[in-house]
Design a protein around this ligand. Structure first.
Ligand code: FES
Length: 213
């Protein structure tokens, strides 16, 4: 059977390098699910079949893991995934209003994929940052203490293809597929951010040096 998801030599090499990280091949299951998700924007049945073959386990075992964790999307997903936590701490700090605000801003169908294909909205359980509730994630990057205005600003910028405000910690993946590549361990956003920062800093030093001379 021809590979449908890991269809290119590059993807096959990445899958092989993920498997090689672990003493037991089945331990590569979650990163391979992220890799499959980075290709199609969700985990498809073809992807699960290919992973099962690669790891010599059953498709049912792959599906059991993929369907358990909410980070894996089992159906079509927009360019950006917007998660709103509505667990207790966030609920007490206005999460229900934020969720309603997100639904209104994104429009009908947003819990699947919005008509323009840009968003999927997901109501999430605790995101592990209760002390900064309410919390919203964009492509798995946390925004803390989010207000209605901030949420609308993030949505507006993403919809317009502009850079949204920076998340509360770490860099923001450019889209859901990139976030999945990062979680598969085949892309390092921190490295690209720090090399961009080094280049900017070097350019600034050079230009300052030129001015002084
Ligand atoms: S309840 Fe929302 S981050 Fe914990």
């Amino acid at each position: 059977m021809a590979d449908v998801v890991f269809a290119t030599p590059e993807l096959q090499e990445q899958a092989a390098s993920i498997i090689a990280r672990y003493p037991s091949t089945r331990s590569a299951l979650m990163p391979l699910l992220y890799l499959a998700q980075s290709v199609q924007g969700h985990v498809s049945s073809e992807g699960m079949r290919e992973i099962a073959l690669l790891l010599d386990i059953t498709t049912a075992e792959v599906e059991a893991v993929a369907s358990f964790y909410t980070m894996f999307r089992m159906g079509p997903t927009g360019t950006h995934l917007l998660d709103v936590c509505t667990n207790v701490s966030c609920k007490l700090r206005g999460a229900d209003e934020l969720l309603a605000c997100a639904k209104e801003a994104l429009g009908p169908g947003c819990e699947g994929v919005t008509e323009d294909g840009v968003f999927t909205l997901h109501e999430e359980e605790c995101l592990g940052a209760c002390e900064t509730a309410p919390v919203v994630q964009v492509n798995f990057a946390n925004y803390d203490n989010v207000t209605r205005e901030q949420l609308l600003d993030i949505v507006e910028k993403l919809r317009a293809g502009e850079e949204p405000p920076a998340p509360s910690r770490g860099p923001l993946p450019k889209d859901f597929k990139e976030a999945s590549r990062v979680l598969a361990g085949v892309q390092d956003l921190f490295a690209s951010t720090s090399s961009a920062a080094s280049a900017a800093s070097a350019a600034s030093v050079t230009s300052e040096g030129g001015g002084a001379g």
